[in-house]
Write a new protein. Structure first.
Length: 272
């Protein structure tokens, strides 16, 4: 059997060599090459036929109804696995957020109520939202709303089971604030240009306010607890009259991507 295989391989090599030499256009073939070509022609034809049959067989297998159905099934299973992977990733990040909120609720010195964001404002998507907790759950008008990153807004409408939140980037959602380092007071409100940035206003020209200082709630007015982080000062603008200035504040929380929040309350809070 081994000798037979060697003979077959030898003849195949010779056939290949002859084919290559006969394909040359730069020389005339000899009488010996013509004889070899005629002798190997049946073998070449058999090889070509076998190759064509193999290609046709492969195409037939790939186009067979059973194979086509199996391919579609495999594609469907892969798509399902990708969906499940995306869901697992989302559950993972949701679990992290919920753990942080739970830890804050357990360790906070304030009274807090956990809530889910269930809607955003139709006309003002970027600065109002609805949560699934209301008056029957202990939520009150003007309560602060926060995440583990900091304050995001305050309640401006309450129903028995839901509440409307006006986010900090809303021009009507102003909050009493101060710089954490120098304790200088001011008021935080939205710029209103769609950027999501805030501004700390009513600052005298010589107010000790500088870049990268942290801005927190001041607690003035007795509505929202003191020392809740809001953001950091990213730039400072001076009024044309030179008497006042305002600080642009970048919030610590992305106000466009809120999903779970905490309603934070002062015990015996004051209503305006």
């Amino acid at each position: 059997m081994e000798n037979r295989n060697k003979i077959i391989i030898f003849f195949l090599l010779v056939a290949c060599i002859v084919t290559v030499r006969l394909s040359s256009k730069d020389r005339e073939i000899t009488q010996v090459e013509r004889i070899l070509a005629e002798g190997f022609r049946p073998m070449q034809q058999s090889l070509m036929q076998a190759t064509e049959n193999l290609i046709l067989f492969a195409e037939g297998v790939s186009n067979h109804p059973a194979v086509a159905r199996e391919n579609e099934l495999l594609k469907s299973q892969i798509a399902q696995m990708e969906v499940e992977t995306d869901l697992e990733r989302e559950y993972y990040f949701e679990n992290i957020r919920l753990r942080k909120l739970l830890n804050m609720r357990e360790t906070s010195e304030w009274q807090v109520i956990a809530a889910d964001v269930i809607a955003r404002g139709i006309k003002s998507w970027d600065d109002t939202m609805t949560i699934n907790m209301g008056e029957d759950d202990g939520v009150s008008l003007y309560d602060g709303v926060m995440t583990y990153n900091g304050l995001v807004g305050k309640i401006y409408q309450v129903s028995p089971h839901t509440a409307e939140v006006r986010l900090l980037n809303n021009r009507l959602g102003s909050v009493a604030a101060m710089t954490e380092q120098t304790r200088f007071p001011g008021v935080i409100e939205g710029i209103g240009d769609g950027s999501g940035l805030l501004q700390l206003i009513y600052l005298p020209h010589d107010a000790p306010v500088d870049l990268n200082q942290t801005v927190v709630t001041s607690g003035l007015g007795g509505l929202i607890p003191k020392e809740i982080k809001i953001g950091y000062i990213s730039s400072i603008d001076y009024n044309e009259d030179g008497l006042l200035k305002s600080a642009i504040v970048t919030p610590f929380e992305d106000l466009d991507r809120l999903e779970e929040v905490l309603v934070v309350k002062l015990e015996g809070g004051v209503s305006p």
